[in-house]
Design a binder for this molecule. Structure first.
Ligand code: ATP
Length: 403
């Protein structure tokens, strides 16, 4: 797909102050970064701007601070890790107001190729409401704006959208380009057969994704908690499985839509059942596998069964493009992770282009050791889902089109 946006390869930043919106929203435990994927993913753009002699001013949000500044959401650990990864100093401008005296002083002292990281943009209450004066304050620091935070591109916030009301020289970074190329190509111009796999807890979370992907793909595979509403829509008894009764008609509509379009819609033919939901979630439990139309009234389905795992693996085997979002079962429990592992394995074994749409499925693939076997693992859960729904992401829309 041709992304018709100005990119960092189209601009000349030598000697200029460049504000870069990154997605440094990394998981932290007791102040220690437990997964730095999002920082590594941002490096190519930062390195390019340094090499070109820009003054690189980075910003990001981290977590969800409620009422302004909170020490546990400081970006300080990110500055340290980033500095290690770049092999050069990253000045951390620690301002509770983000664009305060420290930030202004740090920016004023920058030489070409220097890097400054601002404090968490969500320390400002305007950020998530996209309100002034924060957008203009951020913009006042720089002459060029680069958007590289794919994971935040589905939100119109000051640092992802509002800032472009004041800076007209804009571009997308390499990470944005890569995410949009993979997800965009898969959905808009897939090499066929194109198989989409959707799982996760609830149908309601993925209504538009199901409908949009059904139009684009050749085969839609449904697993996870959301499968049981589909099975009930087919008239099956699903026992105490997770069901959204308000979405049964929707599922019937989707089953009909698949028929009308001549698309294959695969649902679990067997399912792994248990009496009670494990508590704690990873507690040892006893399970049996039954056909999907034979779930007893007092049992719940918590994973796809073995025959289903084979059916889904077969569909993946003949695919040329696969997009996957959402686990096939309660993968947090090793006994109920088998379906998710089987699907991850089938993606790892294929030569098809394989794209993991962020969120829990990305975490599962990384945790299970399949990361380097996938063509692309999206850094944005919510953003990739909205992209798969066919929505225009505000953080992309605000960037200048190529002339
Ligand atoms: P994200 O929203 O972060 O992108 P996701 O889309 O990959 O995540 P979710 O919709 O959040 O997935 O659902 C993941 C959760 O669904 C997991 O915690 C898993 O335990 C749960 N889940 C999967 N299958 C079932 C099931 N059969 N019954 C109940 N819960 C399930």
């Amino acid at each position: 797909m041709n992304l018709n946006k100005v990119t960092v390869d189209d601009i000349n930043v030598a000697g200029k102050k460049v504000l870069v919106r990154c997605d440094f929203n990394v998981p932290l435990k007791d102040g220690v970064i437990t997964n730095d994927n999002r920082i590594t993913a941002a490096l190519p753009t930062i390195q390019k701007l340094i090499n070109d002699g820009g003054k690189v001013i980075l910003c990001s949000h981290l977590g969800k601070p409620k009422n302004g500044p909170e020490a546990k959401f400081s970006l300080a650990p990110v500055a340290v890790r980033l500095s290690e990864l770049l092999g050069k100093e990253v000045v951390f401008a620690d301002d509770d107001t983000v664009v305060g005296d420290n930030a202004k002083k740090a920016v004023a002292e920058m030489k070409d190729g220097d890097v400054v990281l601002l404090q968490n943009t969500r320390f400002r209450k305007e950020e998530t409401k996209n309100l002034e004066p924060f957008s203009s304050e951020l913009a006042s620091l720089a002459e060029v704006f680069v958007m590289d935070a794919f994971g935040s591109a589905h939100r119109a916030h000051c640092s992802t959208a509002g800032v472009t009301d004041h800076i007209k020289d804009t571009a997308v970074g390499y990470l944005m380009q890569k995410e949009i190329n993979y997800l965009g190509n898969a959905v808009e111009t897939p090499v066929r057969p194109f198989v989409a796999i959707l799982g996760g807890a609830k149908v309601a979370d993925k209504l538009n994704v199901i409908s949009n992907l059904l139009e684009k793909c050749d085969t839609l595979i449904i697993g996870g908690g959301m499968a049981y509403t589909f099975l009930k829509a087919k008239g099956y008894e699903v026992g105490t499985s997770l069901v959204d009764d308000t979405k049964i008609d929707y599922c019937k509509e989707m089953i009909k839509k698949a028929e009308d379009l001549g698309k294959q819609l695969l649902l679990p033919i067997d399912t792994t059942i248990t009496k009670d939901f494990p508590d704690p979630i990873d507690a040892p439990i006893e399970v049996t596998v039954v056909d999907s139309n034979k779930i007893p009234a007092d049992m719940m389905g918590l994973d796809i069964g073995t025959k289903t795992a084979e059916l889904y693996a077969d569909a993946v085997k003949s695919a040329k493009t696969v997009v996957w979002n959402g686990p096939m079962g309660v993968f947090e429990n090793p006994i109920l992770a088998k379906g998710t592992i089987a699907v991850a394995q089938s993606l790892a074994d294929t030569d098809a282009t394989t794209i993991i749409g962020g969120g829990d499925s990305a975490a599962a693939v990384i945790q299970l050791g399949f990361a380097d076997k996938m063509s692309h693992i999206s850094t944005g859960g919510g953003a990739s889902l909205e992209y798969l729904e066919g929505k225009v992401l505000p953080g992309i829309a605000v960037i200048a089109d190529k002339k």
